[in-house]
Design a protein around this ligand. Structure first.
Ligand SMILES: [Zn+2]
Length: 145
């Protein structure tokens, strides 16, 4: 699935799915709630929220939770991921973007020039970037060939 095959309606659907699970985010320490909805080339969509831990280091991000669930279910090709979030679960304050670790995890499962990050405040207000734009000059699977 190429970038141009991802319709406006599909982008809005991903944002809405992420917004739907945002209240499930578990972030009692940072109060920064995040949710993600990841579309794979099978057409399957997986959601995830950030899940913090009192040990802090055991915290996992929304994006990685979504991607790892997809991989668990046999999907391997990430084509788009919508991310929403903000302080106290308010996604309208700023466009939420993935942390560096999540960008690196996406790199294993995405074509860096085709995968779209949809960073959204709402289904009507979002920005989009390719993985190459948010993770330039990256280390990836082919680095180990
Ligand atoms: Zn992250």
């Amino acid at each position: 699935m190429k970038r141009q095959d991802i319709t406006e309606a599909k982008k809005k659907e991903l944002i809405e799915k992420a917004l739907e699970v945002l209240p499930n985010s578990y972030a009692p320490y940072s109060n920064y709630n995040v949710a993600a909805a990841a579309l794979f080339d099978s057409g399957n969509i997986y959601t995830g929220v950030n899940v913090e831990s009192a040990s802090l280091g055991a915290t996992n991000c929304a994006e990685r939770n979504a991607i790892q669930t997809a991989v668990t279910n046999g999907d391997r090709r990430l084509v788009a991921i919508a991310v929403v979030g903000g302080m106290h679960g308010d996604p309208t304050g700023a466009y939420c973007v993935p942390c560096g670790i999540c960008r690196q995890v996406m790199r294993d499962f995405a074509d860096k020039d085709e995968m779209i990050l949809i960073s959204a405040k709402s289904a009507e207000d979002y920005r989009e970037y390719t993985l190459e734009e948010i993770l330039p000059y990256s280390f990836g699977p082919e680095s180990l060939d």
